[in-house]
Write a protein that binds this ligand. Structure first.
Ligand code: HSE
Length: 447
């Protein structure tokens, strides 16, 4: 087979070695599908490795690889936002197409990187940056291209979902499960990115841009992690028919209704969702993205969200896409990259400046856990404050207090604008009978 496509892989960590394994395992399928030979010509690695095929050049100078004549497509899997950015910009400048799994880099610098790629007539593909092996970028940029997307909700961090599932199902400790997630190659180099929701916020920024045709705005994503979730709240939620999942939401609001502002909500936080919702049953390292679009309605995409095989699958899907638009090296040497789907799904001049709503403008239901002294009238005080704020209570759970003299009162509310909830909680916490800060977790029926 002629017309070989030459790949460079920058970084030989979990993902880089996963890509090499995938190519070795599935080379025949790749060739049969693309009609081209796909060969790794260079790898970027800090130290020489003796487990790499001797025909592949190993080089610690990533900038040299990014400019090499021996390379058509640069696969960046080193991570980080400094060297990775320099290398990608250099590759673009040298006319190389880039495939990256680097969600942090794209969420923070994607607007600049994509503009530079467009100016240089190359493409930066990033399927592996969001939801591991799930082809959600391709789905949203291509398969849903005829739809108007109203909202999406997703479990988009495999490590966090793995931790919460193992804690809930097996009673394992947070630290123990995180340790295993690191050993399995799920976690980020800095695992606080996983457990504090930052990794999910990076991915949400990317999903929201291609859903709504807005520039990347990672700095405007509201972000809460999973470190504050207690087993007590997990159990109360289950008792009320809900499950706590760590979700990212991108929601288009039209500004209808009292106190509602028009704009887009970008938020990542633990959320109570109905136990029988499909998303509530996505466990372990699995990710899932639920997209509500018009006229299609709800569709759900699910699969492994982290790990070598899943991420390599997404990286190579992008490589295959590029191979198909790259022109024949034997023929006129023209590539059809101009026909490629725009980086953020919408043509750059059509990206909109729809405002991103601030946290206090966002609308969600709530789970509240209030600790009160067991005095007459305490429940009436709490419900009066909520009703005065126009907050509709959906369910209340109060455990017997006769043994401890304190009652944990659990309240579920219908959706309310956060500023109203803030005021109500402030008043509740000022009641003499209230002994602790009110615990609040958002709630969504996913309807
Ligand atoms: N640390 C990430 C996760 C890897 O756990 O989801 C995949 O992006």
């Amino acid at each position: 087979m002629s017309n070989s496509i030459k790949l460079a892989i920058l970084g030989l960590g979990t993902v880089g070695t996963g890509v090499i394994t995938l190519i070795n395992d599935n080379l025949d399928e790749l060739k049969r599908r693309s009609g081209r030979d796909i060969i790794i010509t260079e790898v970027g690695t800090r130290r020489q490795r003796d487990d790499i095929d001797e025909n592949i050049i190993q080089n610690s100078d990533l900038m040299a690889i990014a400019a090499s004549d021996n390379v058509d497509i640069v696969i960046e899997v080193i991570g980080g936002t400094t060297l990775a950015k320099d290398v990608i910009m250099h590759a673009i400048k040298n006319g190389k197409h880039v495939v990256t799994a680097n969600k942090a880099l794209l969420a923070e610098h994607g607007n600049e990187i994509f503009a530079f790629a467009e100016a240089n007539n190359v493409h930066v593909a990033y399927e592996a940056a969001v939801a591991g092996g799930i082809p959600i970028i391709k789905v949203m940029r291509e398969a849903l291209a005829a739809n108007k997307i109203d909202w999406l909700a997703g479990i988009i961090n495999g490590t966090g979902n793995f931790i919460m599932t193992e804690m809930r199902d097996k009673g394992r400790s947070f630290a123990d499960v995180l340790n295993e997630a690191q050993e399995l190659g799920y976690a980020e180099a800095d695992p606080t990115f996983d457990v504090e929701g930052i990794d999910a916020a990076h991915k949400l920024a990317l999903l929201a841009s291609i859903a709504f045709g807005i520039p990347l705005q990672f700095d405007k994503v509201y972000c809460e992690g999973i470190t504050g979730i207690t087993l007590q709240d997990v159990n109360y939620a289950e008792e009320l028919g809900y499950r706590i999942k760590h979700l990212g939401f991108a929601v288009r609001r039209d500004g209808q209704g009292d106190n509602n502002a028009a704009g887009i909500e970008l938020r990542v936080h633990p959320t109570l969702i109905p136990q029988d919702a499909l998303l509530a049953n996505v466990n372990g390292v699995k990710n899932a993205v639920l997209v509500n679009s018009h006229p299609l309605g709800q569709t759900l995409y699910c699969g492994d969200g982290a790990g070598a095989g899943a991420t390599a699958s997404a990286v190579m899907a992008d490589v295959m896409d590029l191979v198909r638009v790259l022109g024949s090296k034997d023929g006129d040497d023209q590539s059809n990259i101009g026909h490629h789907v725009p980086h953020l799904a919408f043509i750059p001049e059509q990206l909109s400046d729809t405002p991103i709503l601030r946290a206090e403008q966002m609308t969600t239901g709530y789970y509240l856990r209030v600790h009160a002294n067991d005095n007459p009238g305490v429940l009436a005080d709490i419900t009066r404050i909520l009703s005065d704020a126009g907050i509709n209570i959906d369910a209340i759970l109060q455990k017997p207090a006769h043994k401890v003299g304190q009652v944990p009162v659990i309240i579920l509310t219908l959706p309310v604008v956060e500023s109203q909830m803030n005021l109500a909680i402030e008043k509740i916490e000022k009641l003499e009978t209230i002994t602790d800060k009110v615990v609040r977790i958002r709630l969504d029926e996913l309807a």
